[in-house]
Ligand binder design. Structure first.
Ligand code: RP5
Length: 163
């Protein structure tokens, strides 16, 4: 199975990116976790992105805050799908990171999820890999089914409270 890279701009992002790690574990997808910065370690960013396809990765999740160029820097050096997670790590509440991540120029897409949405980033990566992995597709479908059941159960409980 293709692997997923979970990359973050700083170790201070780990608490937010843990959501992606947890989701990848739940779906039994092999992954690696790295701290690589577009600004502080630009050579490592370029090298990792450029070699990722050959290393067996199928998607790359990049989480960064503030002037968040990590996902864009990765996208510039690979044609693997790059998923950006804007992280709330500044006085601007993540809006800075959201705009820095989502506003890519044409020809260089980054699939950007919500601020701090690392779990959804992992799900999106999983859905990409599941295009060629039926067993994984089944696990994702089961997760969806369980989620639906949970909401329906809560709906029934809350309806009963107001009857
Ligand atoms: C970004 O700056 C990182 O992704 C992090 O969200 C933010 C702050 O980094 P630290 O100063 O905590 O290392 O590059």
């Amino acid at each position: 199975m293709k692997r997923v890279a979970v990359v973050m701009g700083s170790d201070s992002d780990l608490k937010t990116m843990q959501g992606a790690v947890d989701m990848l574990k739940k779906l039994e997808i092999p992954f690696s976790v790295r701290v690589i910065s577009a600004h502080r370690t630009p050579d490592a960013a370029r090298e990792f992105a450029a070699s990722a396809a050959g290393e067996g990765y199928g998607a790359i999740i990049c989480g960064a805050g503030k002037a968040a160029h990590l996902a864009g820097a990765f996208a510039a050096n690979t044609i693997l799908p790059v998923i950006g997670v804007p992280i709330k790590s500044s006085t601007l509440d993540g809006l800075d990171a959201l705009l820095s991540t989502v506003q890519m120029p044409s020809g260089m897409p980054v699939a950007t999820v919500a601020i701090d949405g690392s779990s959804n980033a992992a799900l999106l990566a999983a859905q990409m890999i599941a295009l060629s992995d039926e067993a994984l597709a089944g696990r994702i479908a089961e997760l969806r089914r369980a989620q639906t059941e949970k909401v329906l159960a809560r709906d029934a409980e809350i309806r009963a409270q107001f009857e």
